[in-house]
Design a protein around this ligand. Structure first.
Ligand SMILES: [Zn+2]
Length: 434
Protein backbone atom coordinates (compact mmCIF):
# COMPACT_ATOMS: atom_id res chain seq x y z
CA UNK A 1 0.00 0.00 0.00
CA UNK A 2 1.17 3.53 -0.76
CA UNK A 3 0.14 6.43 1.45
CA UNK A 4 0.92 9.96 0.28
CA UNK A 5 0.18 13.47 1.48
CA UNK A 6 -1.64 14.11 -1.81
CA UNK A 7 -3.10 11.58 -4.25
CA UNK A 8 -4.51 12.67 -7.62
CA UNK A 9 -7.47 10.36 -8.19
CA UNK A 10 -9.72 9.68 -11.16
CA UNK A 11 -9.34 11.65 -14.39
CA UNK A 12 -6.27 13.86 -13.82
CA UNK A 13 -7.92 16.53 -15.95
CA UNK A 14 -10.48 16.98 -13.20
CA UNK A 15 -7.62 17.14 -10.73
CA UNK A 16 -9.32 15.71 -7.69
CA UNK A 17 -6.70 15.61 -4.96
CA UNK A 18 -7.10 13.45 -1.86
CA UNK A 19 -5.26 14.83 1.15
CA UNK A 20 -3.57 12.01 3.07
CA UNK A 21 -4.73 9.42 0.57
CA UNK A 22 -3.81 5.78 0.14
CA UNK A 23 -3.71 3.31 -2.71
CA UNK A 24 -3.94 -0.41 -2.00
CA UNK A 25 -2.32 -2.69 -4.58
CA UNK A 26 -2.63 -6.44 -5.11
CA UNK A 27 -1.32 -8.59 -7.97
CA UNK A 28 -0.11 -5.52 -9.83
CA UNK A 29 -3.46 -3.77 -9.81
CA UNK A 30 -5.02 -0.99 -7.78
CA UNK A 31 -7.67 -2.56 -5.57
CA UNK A 32 -8.70 0.42 -3.47
CA UNK A 33 -8.20 4.19 -3.39
CA UNK A 34 -9.38 6.52 -0.67
CA UNK A 35 -8.59 8.53 2.45
CA UNK A 36 -5.73 6.81 4.31
CA UNK A 37 -7.74 6.26 7.49
CA UNK A 38 -10.41 4.35 5.55
CA UNK A 39 -7.95 2.18 3.59
CA UNK A 40 -5.92 1.50 6.74
CA UNK A 41 -9.05 0.14 8.43
CA UNK A 42 -9.46 -2.51 5.72
CA UNK A 43 -5.77 -3.15 5.07
CA UNK A 44 -4.47 -3.29 8.63
CA UNK A 45 -1.03 -4.93 8.80
CA UNK A 46 -0.30 -4.50 5.05
CA UNK A 47 3.24 -3.10 4.40
CA UNK A 48 2.87 0.59 3.65
CA UNK A 49 5.15 3.08 1.91
CA UNK A 50 4.49 6.44 3.57
CA UNK A 51 5.32 9.57 1.58
CA UNK A 52 5.02 12.89 3.39
CA UNK A 53 4.98 16.07 1.24
CA UNK A 54 4.74 13.85 -1.86
CA UNK A 55 2.08 13.86 -4.56
CA UNK A 56 1.12 10.49 -6.01
CA UNK A 57 0.06 10.66 -9.65
CA UNK A 58 -0.54 8.09 -12.40
CA UNK A 59 2.71 6.96 -14.01
CA UNK A 60 3.59 9.28 -16.88
CA UNK A 61 3.26 7.99 -20.45
CA UNK A 62 5.65 8.91 -23.26
CA UNK A 63 3.98 8.62 -26.66
CA UNK A 64 6.88 9.34 -29.01
CA UNK A 65 10.53 8.37 -28.74
CA UNK A 66 13.52 6.79 -30.42
CA UNK A 67 15.10 5.51 -27.24
CA UNK A 68 18.44 4.23 -28.46
CA UNK A 69 19.23 7.60 -30.00
CA UNK A 70 20.86 8.58 -26.72
CA UNK A 71 24.01 7.07 -28.25
CA UNK A 72 23.85 9.94 -30.78
CA UNK A 73 23.03 12.65 -28.23
CA UNK A 74 24.84 15.88 -29.00
CA UNK A 75 25.83 14.79 -32.52
CA UNK A 76 23.60 17.16 -34.47
CA UNK A 77 22.58 20.16 -32.38
CA UNK A 78 21.60 23.57 -33.72
CA UNK A 79 20.33 22.25 -37.03
CA UNK A 80 16.87 22.10 -38.59
CA UNK A 81 15.20 18.73 -39.18
CA UNK A 82 16.60 18.13 -42.67
CA UNK A 83 20.17 19.00 -41.62
CA UNK A 84 19.71 16.97 -38.41
CA UNK A 85 18.63 13.87 -40.36
CA UNK A 86 21.52 14.33 -42.81
CA UNK A 87 23.92 13.87 -39.88
CA UNK A 88 22.04 11.27 -37.85
CA UNK A 89 20.87 8.80 -40.50
CA UNK A 90 24.34 8.03 -41.96
CA UNK A 91 25.69 7.61 -38.41
CA UNK A 92 22.93 5.12 -37.63
CA UNK A 93 23.59 3.23 -40.86
CA UNK A 94 27.12 2.32 -39.77
CA UNK A 95 26.66 2.13 -36.00
CA UNK A 96 23.70 0.00 -35.02
CA UNK A 97 24.15 -3.45 -33.53
CA UNK A 98 21.76 -5.34 -31.25
CA UNK A 99 24.22 -5.02 -28.37
CA UNK A 100 24.45 -1.25 -28.75
CA UNK A 101 20.69 -0.83 -29.11
CA UNK A 102 20.12 -2.91 -25.96
CA UNK A 103 22.65 -0.94 -23.90
CA UNK A 104 21.38 2.40 -25.19
CA UNK A 105 17.73 1.50 -24.58
CA UNK A 106 18.59 0.34 -21.07
CA UNK A 107 20.12 3.75 -20.34
CA UNK A 108 17.09 5.45 -21.90
CA UNK A 109 14.79 3.36 -19.73
CA UNK A 110 16.71 4.50 -16.65
CA UNK A 111 16.27 8.07 -17.79
CA UNK A 112 12.54 7.57 -18.32
CA UNK A 113 11.67 5.88 -15.04
CA UNK A 114 13.79 8.42 -13.16
CA UNK A 115 11.56 11.04 -14.81
CA UNK A 116 8.40 9.34 -13.56
CA UNK A 117 7.52 7.53 -16.79
CA UNK A 118 6.03 4.04 -16.46
CA UNK A 119 5.10 3.37 -20.10
CA UNK A 120 6.84 4.51 -23.26
CA UNK A 121 6.39 3.82 -26.90
CA UNK A 122 9.46 3.40 -29.08
CA UNK A 123 10.23 3.74 -32.77
CA UNK A 124 13.57 2.19 -33.46
CA UNK A 125 15.42 -0.66 -35.09
CA UNK A 126 16.44 -4.06 -33.61
CA UNK A 127 13.26 -4.20 -31.59
CA UNK A 128 13.99 -7.24 -29.46
CA UNK A 129 17.26 -5.72 -28.27
CA UNK A 130 15.39 -2.57 -27.26
CA UNK A 131 12.78 -4.61 -25.40
CA UNK A 132 15.50 -6.43 -23.45
CA UNK A 133 17.07 -3.11 -22.46
CA UNK A 134 13.75 -1.68 -21.23
CA UNK A 135 12.72 -4.85 -19.41
CA UNK A 136 15.98 -4.93 -17.48
CA UNK A 137 14.98 -1.62 -15.88
CA UNK A 138 11.30 -2.45 -15.41
CA UNK A 139 9.93 0.10 -17.90
CA UNK A 140 6.90 -0.97 -19.95
CA UNK A 141 7.82 -0.51 -23.60
CA UNK A 142 5.29 -0.63 -26.42
CA UNK A 143 7.26 -1.16 -29.58
CA UNK A 144 7.50 -3.01 -32.86
CA UNK A 145 9.02 -2.92 -36.32
CA UNK A 146 10.13 0.47 -37.65
CA UNK A 147 10.00 0.75 -41.43
CA UNK A 148 11.88 3.22 -43.55
CA UNK A 149 12.74 3.00 -47.22
CA UNK A 150 16.52 3.07 -47.32
CA UNK A 151 16.92 2.85 -43.53
CA UNK A 152 19.97 1.50 -41.68
CA UNK A 153 19.64 -2.02 -43.04
CA UNK A 154 20.76 -3.98 -46.08
CA UNK A 155 17.39 -5.74 -46.30
CA UNK A 156 15.00 -5.07 -49.17
CA UNK A 157 11.53 -3.63 -48.50
CA UNK A 158 9.93 -7.05 -49.06
CA UNK A 159 12.28 -8.63 -46.52
CA UNK A 160 11.54 -5.88 -44.00
CA UNK A 161 7.80 -6.30 -44.57
CA UNK A 162 7.94 -10.06 -44.13
CA UNK A 163 10.00 -9.73 -40.96
CA UNK A 164 7.52 -7.17 -39.61
CA UNK A 165 4.63 -9.57 -40.22
CA UNK A 166 6.46 -12.39 -38.47
CA UNK A 167 7.27 -10.14 -35.51
CA UNK A 168 3.64 -9.08 -35.18
CA UNK A 169 2.56 -12.73 -35.34
CA UNK A 170 4.93 -13.59 -32.51
CA UNK A 171 3.96 -10.63 -30.32
CA UNK A 172 0.17 -10.20 -30.33
CA UNK A 173 -1.49 -7.66 -28.06
CA UNK A 174 -1.94 -8.92 -24.53
CA UNK A 175 -3.61 -6.99 -21.71
CA UNK A 176 -1.97 -3.61 -21.39
CA UNK A 177 0.69 -4.39 -23.99
CA UNK A 178 0.09 -3.58 -27.67
CA UNK A 179 2.52 -4.04 -30.55
CA UNK A 180 3.44 -1.06 -32.69
CA UNK A 181 4.02 -0.78 -36.41
CA UNK A 182 6.09 2.28 -37.26
CA UNK A 183 6.46 3.48 -40.83
CA UNK A 184 8.79 6.46 -40.38
CA UNK A 185 6.85 9.01 -42.43
CA UNK A 186 5.07 9.59 -45.72
CA UNK A 187 8.27 11.11 -47.12
CA UNK A 188 10.32 7.99 -46.33
CA UNK A 189 7.69 5.30 -46.96
CA UNK A 190 5.66 5.63 -50.17
CA UNK A 191 1.91 5.21 -50.80
CA UNK A 192 2.19 1.68 -52.18
CA UNK A 193 4.30 0.59 -49.23
CA UNK A 194 1.85 2.19 -46.80
CA UNK A 195 -0.98 0.28 -48.49
CA UNK A 196 1.02 -2.92 -47.95
CA UNK A 197 1.27 -2.07 -44.27
CA UNK A 198 -2.49 -1.51 -44.09
CA UNK A 199 -2.93 -5.01 -45.54
CA UNK A 200 -0.43 -6.36 -43.02
CA UNK A 201 -2.37 -4.88 -40.10
CA UNK A 202 -5.69 -6.18 -41.44
CA UNK A 203 -7.63 -6.33 -38.18
CA UNK A 204 -4.69 -6.94 -35.86
CA UNK A 205 -4.75 -5.14 -32.50
CA UNK A 206 -1.80 -2.88 -33.25
CA UNK A 207 -0.77 0.77 -32.92
CA UNK A 208 0.25 2.47 -36.16
CA UNK A 209 2.69 5.29 -35.37
CA UNK A 210 4.15 7.65 -37.94
CA UNK A 211 5.77 11.09 -38.13
CA UNK A 212 3.36 13.51 -39.78
CA UNK A 213 3.66 17.11 -40.96
CA UNK A 214 6.60 17.90 -38.72
CA UNK A 215 7.79 20.67 -41.08
CA UNK A 216 6.46 22.67 -44.02
CA UNK A 217 9.28 21.19 -46.08
CA UNK A 218 7.91 17.67 -45.40
CA UNK A 219 4.45 18.76 -46.55
CA UNK A 220 5.93 20.28 -49.73
CA UNK A 221 8.03 17.20 -50.56
CA UNK A 222 5.13 14.80 -50.10
CA UNK A 223 2.77 17.02 -52.10
CA UNK A 224 5.25 17.27 -54.97
CA UNK A 225 6.06 13.56 -54.93
CA UNK A 226 2.64 12.03 -54.33
CA UNK A 227 0.09 14.73 -55.20
CA UNK A 228 -1.27 14.99 -51.67
CA UNK A 229 -0.26 16.18 -48.24
CA UNK A 230 1.01 13.64 -45.67
CA UNK A 231 -2.43 13.19 -44.09
CA UNK A 232 -3.97 12.59 -47.54
CA UNK A 233 -1.38 9.94 -48.34
CA UNK A 234 -1.92 8.24 -45.00
CA UNK A 235 -5.70 8.29 -45.29
CA UNK A 236 -5.66 7.07 -48.91
CA UNK A 237 -3.55 4.10 -47.75
CA UNK A 238 -6.24 3.22 -45.21
CA UNK A 239 -4.06 4.05 -42.22
CA UNK A 240 -5.97 6.86 -40.51
CA UNK A 241 -8.02 5.37 -37.68
CA UNK A 242 -8.41 5.30 -33.93
CA UNK A 243 -5.31 3.09 -33.80
CA UNK A 244 -3.18 5.76 -35.49
CA UNK A 245 -0.68 7.77 -33.50
CA UNK A 246 0.67 10.81 -35.32
CA UNK A 247 3.94 12.29 -34.09
CA UNK A 248 4.37 16.08 -34.26
CA UNK A 249 1.53 17.44 -36.49
CA UNK A 250 3.13 20.88 -36.36
CA UNK A 251 1.95 22.08 -39.76
CA UNK A 252 -1.70 21.14 -40.22
CA UNK A 253 -4.47 22.87 -42.12
CA UNK A 254 -7.70 23.53 -40.20
CA UNK A 255 -9.51 20.82 -42.15
CA UNK A 256 -6.77 18.34 -41.23
CA UNK A 257 -7.25 19.11 -37.53
CA UNK A 258 -10.91 18.13 -37.95
CA UNK A 259 -10.11 14.99 -39.96
CA UNK A 260 -7.68 13.77 -37.30
CA UNK A 261 -10.26 14.35 -34.58
CA UNK A 262 -13.06 12.70 -36.56
CA UNK A 263 -10.92 9.65 -37.29
CA UNK A 264 -10.21 9.23 -33.58
CA UNK A 265 -6.47 9.32 -34.27
CA UNK A 266 -4.13 10.64 -31.58
CA UNK A 267 -1.33 13.19 -31.74
CA UNK A 268 2.00 12.81 -29.93
CA UNK A 269 2.98 16.40 -29.21
CA UNK A 270 6.75 16.88 -28.84
CA UNK A 271 7.25 20.58 -28.08
CA UNK A 272 10.87 20.39 -26.93
CA UNK A 273 12.05 18.63 -30.09
CA UNK A 274 9.90 20.90 -32.26
CA UNK A 275 11.40 24.00 -30.65
CA UNK A 276 15.01 22.80 -30.81
CA UNK A 277 14.72 21.89 -34.50
CA UNK A 278 12.79 25.14 -35.15
CA UNK A 279 9.99 23.08 -36.67
CA UNK A 280 7.35 25.32 -35.11
CA UNK A 281 4.55 25.01 -32.56
CA UNK A 282 1.82 22.43 -33.14
CA UNK A 283 -1.82 23.67 -33.10
CA UNK A 284 -2.52 21.83 -29.87
CA UNK A 285 -5.31 24.11 -28.71
CA UNK A 286 -7.12 23.62 -32.02
CA UNK A 287 -6.65 19.85 -31.87
CA UNK A 288 -7.98 19.68 -28.32
CA UNK A 289 -10.91 21.95 -29.20
CA UNK A 290 -11.75 19.67 -32.14
CA UNK A 291 -11.84 16.71 -29.74
CA UNK A 292 -8.60 15.02 -30.80
CA UNK A 293 -6.54 13.06 -28.30
CA UNK A 294 -3.25 14.87 -27.72
CA UNK A 295 -0.51 13.41 -25.54
CA UNK A 296 3.13 14.21 -24.92
CA UNK A 297 6.26 12.76 -26.46
CA UNK A 298 9.91 13.40 -25.87
CA UNK A 299 11.10 12.38 -29.34
CA UNK A 300 14.67 11.03 -29.54
CA UNK A 301 17.51 12.31 -27.39
CA UNK A 302 19.48 13.51 -30.41
CA UNK A 303 16.79 16.14 -31.03
CA UNK A 304 15.22 16.82 -27.65
CA UNK A 305 17.96 16.19 -25.94
CA UNK A 306 16.58 14.17 -23.07
CA UNK A 307 13.58 12.08 -22.04
CA UNK A 308 12.29 14.30 -19.26
CA UNK A 309 8.52 14.15 -19.71
CA UNK A 310 7.94 16.51 -16.76
CA UNK A 311 9.99 19.07 -18.67
CA UNK A 312 7.96 18.42 -21.82
CA UNK A 313 4.78 18.92 -19.82
CA UNK A 314 5.96 22.25 -18.48
CA UNK A 315 7.23 23.52 -21.83
CA UNK A 316 3.89 22.63 -23.41
CA UNK A 317 1.91 24.35 -20.66
CA UNK A 318 4.03 27.48 -21.14
CA UNK A 319 4.44 27.62 -24.91
CA UNK A 320 0.72 27.28 -25.62
CA UNK A 321 -0.09 30.12 -23.26
CA UNK A 322 2.35 32.44 -24.95
CA UNK A 323 1.72 31.48 -28.57
CA UNK A 324 -1.17 32.26 -30.86
CA UNK A 325 -2.75 29.17 -32.41
CA UNK A 326 -5.27 29.37 -35.26
CA UNK A 327 -7.99 31.71 -34.04
CA UNK A 328 -6.58 31.66 -30.50
CA UNK A 329 -4.49 34.61 -29.27
CA UNK A 330 -1.93 34.15 -26.47
CA UNK A 331 -3.87 33.24 -23.34
CA UNK A 332 -2.60 32.57 -19.81
CA UNK A 333 -5.54 30.21 -19.19
CA UNK A 334 -4.55 27.90 -22.08
CA UNK A 335 -3.30 24.40 -21.21
CA UNK A 336 -3.75 24.74 -17.44
CA UNK A 337 -1.84 22.46 -15.06
CA UNK A 338 -4.57 19.85 -14.80
CA UNK A 339 -4.94 19.55 -18.55
CA UNK A 340 -1.16 19.24 -18.92
CA UNK A 341 -1.07 16.47 -16.31
CA UNK A 342 -3.94 14.73 -18.07
CA UNK A 343 -2.07 14.82 -21.38
CA UNK A 344 0.99 13.30 -19.68
CA UNK A 345 -1.05 10.47 -18.13
CA UNK A 346 -4.59 9.52 -19.17
CA UNK A 347 -4.20 11.30 -22.52
CA UNK A 348 -1.08 9.22 -23.14
CA UNK A 349 -2.98 6.05 -22.26
CA UNK A 350 -5.77 7.05 -24.67
CA UNK A 351 -3.22 7.76 -27.39
CA UNK A 352 -1.82 4.25 -26.98
CA UNK A 353 -5.26 2.65 -26.61
CA UNK A 354 -4.54 1.38 -23.10
CA UNK A 355 -6.78 3.73 -21.10
CA UNK A 356 -8.76 0.78 -19.73
CA UNK A 357 -5.58 -0.33 -17.97
CA UNK A 358 -3.52 2.76 -17.16
CA UNK A 359 -3.42 6.56 -17.01
CA UNK A 360 -5.35 7.23 -13.81
CA UNK A 361 -5.43 6.14 -10.20
CA UNK A 362 -8.62 4.12 -10.02
CA UNK A 363 -9.50 0.72 -8.59
CA UNK A 364 -9.12 -1.99 -11.23
CA UNK A 365 -6.35 -0.29 -13.20
CA UNK A 366 -2.77 -1.50 -13.35
CA UNK A 367 -0.74 0.02 -10.49
CA UNK A 368 1.44 2.38 -12.53
CA UNK A 369 2.27 5.08 -9.99
CA UNK A 370 4.71 7.97 -9.64
CA UNK A 371 5.47 9.79 -6.41
CA UNK A 372 7.01 13.27 -6.60
CA UNK A 373 8.59 14.93 -3.58
CA UNK A 374 7.24 18.47 -3.28
CA UNK A 375 9.28 19.47 -0.22
CA UNK A 376 12.21 21.19 -1.94
CA UNK A 377 13.02 24.92 -1.80
CA UNK A 378 12.11 25.27 -5.48
CA UNK A 379 8.59 23.96 -4.81
CA UNK A 380 7.36 24.83 -1.32
CA UNK A 381 4.93 26.13 -0.22
CA UNK A 382 2.49 23.76 -1.89
CA UNK A 383 -0.88 25.40 -2.40
CA UNK A 384 -2.00 23.14 -5.24
CA UNK A 385 -0.02 19.91 -5.72
CA UNK A 386 -0.97 19.67 -9.41
CA UNK A 387 0.18 23.24 -10.04
CA UNK A 388 3.40 22.56 -8.12
CA UNK A 389 4.00 19.48 -10.26
CA UNK A 390 3.38 21.31 -13.53
CA UNK A 391 5.21 24.55 -12.83
CA UNK A 392 7.84 23.88 -10.15
CA UNK A 393 8.84 20.22 -9.92
CA UNK A 394 11.61 18.63 -11.95
CA UNK A 395 12.73 15.09 -12.54
CA UNK A 396 15.15 15.24 -9.61
CA UNK A 397 12.02 15.39 -7.44
CA UNK A 398 10.71 12.03 -8.69
CA UNK A 399 11.10 9.86 -5.62
CA UNK A 400 9.37 6.57 -6.36
CA UNK A 401 7.89 4.78 -9.34
CA UNK A 402 5.91 1.54 -9.59
CA UNK A 403 5.14 -0.33 -12.82
CA UNK A 404 2.27 -2.78 -12.35
CA UNK A 405 2.83 -2.53 -8.61
CA UNK A 406 6.53 -3.42 -8.80
CA UNK A 407 8.93 -0.75 -7.53
CA UNK A 408 11.34 0.40 -10.26
CA UNK A 409 12.51 3.60 -8.52
CA UNK A 410 12.81 4.07 -4.78
CA UNK A 411 14.43 7.01 -2.98
CA UNK A 412 15.11 8.52 -6.40
CA UNK A 413 17.22 5.58 -7.65
CA UNK A 414 16.58 2.67 -9.99
CA UNK A 415 15.89 -0.58 -8.23
CA UNK A 416 16.74 -3.13 -10.93
CA UNK A 417 20.03 -1.90 -12.42
CA UNK A 418 23.27 -0.34 -11.26
CA UNK A 419 22.88 3.21 -12.57
CA UNK A 420 26.63 3.92 -12.52
CA UNK A 421 27.32 0.89 -14.71
CA UNK A 422 24.54 1.93 -17.09
CA UNK A 423 25.97 5.44 -17.41
CA UNK A 424 29.49 4.10 -18.03
CA UNK A 425 28.11 1.88 -20.77
CA UNK A 426 26.33 4.87 -22.32
CA UNK A 427 29.54 6.91 -22.19
CA UNK A 428 31.40 4.10 -23.97
CA UNK A 429 28.73 4.07 -26.68
CA UNK A 430 29.47 7.73 -27.30
CA UNK A 431 33.17 6.92 -27.65
CA UNK A 432 32.47 4.01 -30.02
CA UNK A 433 30.22 6.04 -32.33
CA UNK A 434 31.94 9.07 -33.82
ZN1 LIG B 1 10.47 11.07 -33.98
Amino acid sequence: MVRAEWVVIGDPGEGRVLDDGAVAVADGRIVQVGPAHEILDVCAGVPTTRLERHVLVPGLINTHAHLAMNMLRGSASDRNLADFLAVVMPLEAVSLTPDRVERATQAAAVELVRSGVTTSIDMYFMVDAGLRGAESVGLRLLTGPTLIDGGPTTSTWDQVLTAAGEWLDERPASGIWRPVLGPHGTYTVGPDQLAELAALINGRDCILQIHLSETEAENDVVLARHGGRPLDVLEDAGLLSQDTLLAHCVHLEASEVDRIARAGAAVAHCPVSNLKLASGVAPVRDLLEAGATVAFGTDGQASSDDLDLLHVMRVAALVHKGTASGAHPPDATALPARQALRMATLGGAEALGIEAHSGSIEAGKVADLTAVDLSSPWIEPVRDPVGSLAYSASRQDVAAVWVAGRPVVTSGKCVNVDERAVVQSLRRLGEEIQ
